[in-house]
Design a protein around this ligand. Sequence first.
Ligand SMILES: Cc1cc2nc3c(=O)[nH]c(=O)nc-3n(C[C@H](O)[C@H](O)[C@H](O)COP(=O)(O)OP(=O)(O)OC[C@H]3O[C@@H](n4cnc5c(N)ncnc54)[C@H](O)[C@@H]3O)c2cc1C
Length: 511
Amino acid sequence: MFRSILPRAAPKSVLQSVRGAQTSFRASNIYFQDRLRRGYASEAEEKDLVIIGGGVAGYVAAIKAGQAGLKVACIEKRGTLGGTCLNVGCIPSKSLLNNSHLYHTILHDTKHRGIDVGDVKLNLATLMKAKETSVSGLTKGIEFLFKKNGVEYIKGTGAFVDEHTVAVNLIEGGETSVKAKNIFIATGSEATPFPGLTIDEKKVITSTGAIALQQVPKKMVVIGGGIIGLEMGSVWSRLGAEVTVVEYLGQIGGPGMDAEISKMIQKMLTKQGMKFKLNTKVMSGDDSGETVKISTEAAKGGKEETLDADVVLVAIGRRPYTSGLGLENIGLETDDKGRLVIDQEYRTKIPHIRVIGDVTFGPMLAHKAEEEGVAAVEFLTKGYGHVNYGAIPSVMYTHPEVAWVGQNEQELKAAGVKYKAGSFPFSANSRAKTNLDTEGIVKFLSDAETDRILGVHIVGPNAGEMIAEATLALEYGASSEDVARTSHAHPTLSEAFKEAAMATYDKAIHY
Ligand SMILES: Cc1cc2nc3c(=O)[nH]c(=O)nc-3n(C[C@H](O)[C@H](O)[C@H](O)COP(=O)(O)OP(=O)(O)OC[C@H]3O[C@@H](n4cnc5c(N)ncnc54)[C@H](O)[C@@H]3O)c2cc1C
């Protein structure tokens, strides 16, 4: 379990703690006193719950709390709801992935299907507009859901004044403050910068710049071959950039990706035109000229090289974001990775302050943040909640997609677990064959003795949808035989899933 268990402080009555807080606040902080006097209507009533951050973790928790009948407010400083995911993450990147894939398909994959296409042109401005339309539709949708569920939306930056009071610097100008019996911190994460390279989101970019470039770069270097780097790299590669990915590790996709699958997707992306430099360390960068020069060295020392690029994408990971939150005013500290430390019920050492999403432990994924939003409210309202951290799927939305859930082969080997492996190629699946889209495999790993599924790893068309079945199987403790004996519609890609399960407990039929 990755959470550290903290001793629980003796519960104070809400009234006691609010009064106590007010006293120390009055005594210690004249600045915030002044802010409170200039407050707005919302400060008049004490909320049951205030959530700082309107990203996936925060907005889901707010809606769930509203549904449970709590008096709830959500503070968001961005001006739109949905956080990184809806504004600059999952959604805009998938819009660009989808449309760049269509463009690439029309350019390179129509002739043998009997479709002759005339002059194909990229209109990057319209491609970006389509992305913005999806984003604004979805973020406005969350505002609608807030209204529907009685959530008060406060647009501004929240900072702790004391354990029950959050001051808000409002976007529209002015300040207010809110008091609450309970507070959730859901402030998310930010891109980790690369030392020595100044991010200007034009020449040296993070994923935020990568979803908004105004022209296709000639040469792009991606520092970091994890999911975000590969997704954004493949968007710009499809649109015509010469993309080189520099990765410190010996495999792409990050350590969670099964090594066999990682090798396969690397080959496929190489075939699509991307270049990879693995086991390679970026030493420094020089962005003073028209292009950016990146100096690299073999990870184990030795071979040096300089890469030249019009645009460098820094994709070396994300770090928890707590800047300006006033944690010092309530004595909360972060660990060495910047994460807020919590117990199994998402509580900090101040029990009525909980933390959910990217800003605390676990994979930085939107669906993980969402699960925590629901569970944290349930812990608050019912005393129990449920998130199975062993069954959180990961998806990389390249083409083909890569998706997995549970443990990979290298993890099982390292843990000394005896397992069986079975796989099935899409090249033997009837639907993949009719779609002329046959690259990839489905691979099951199950316990050698009990056949209980330990992990499922897919590279292939629609892997991101297919992994839901594997996740459900894992959640219910299914065996590969359970899946193999379940009827799957014909002709579908999901038959490859069933056949891989068959290959694990016995033999596949069609391969
Ligand atoms: C390019 C990219 C692609 C991604 N694609 C996927 C994907 O396909 N699938 C997936 O599962 N995950 C994806 N992710 C990760 C996903 O976006 C995050 O895991 C998710 O957004 C985390 O949600 P969160 O609510 O914890 O944090 P966030 O979404 O970061 O939300 C936190 C919010 O808090 C606000 N905030 C911070 N401090 C304050 C404050 N003091 N006062 C008020 N507001 C504050 C911020 O403005 C922000 O809106 C992607 C991320 C990126 C960058």
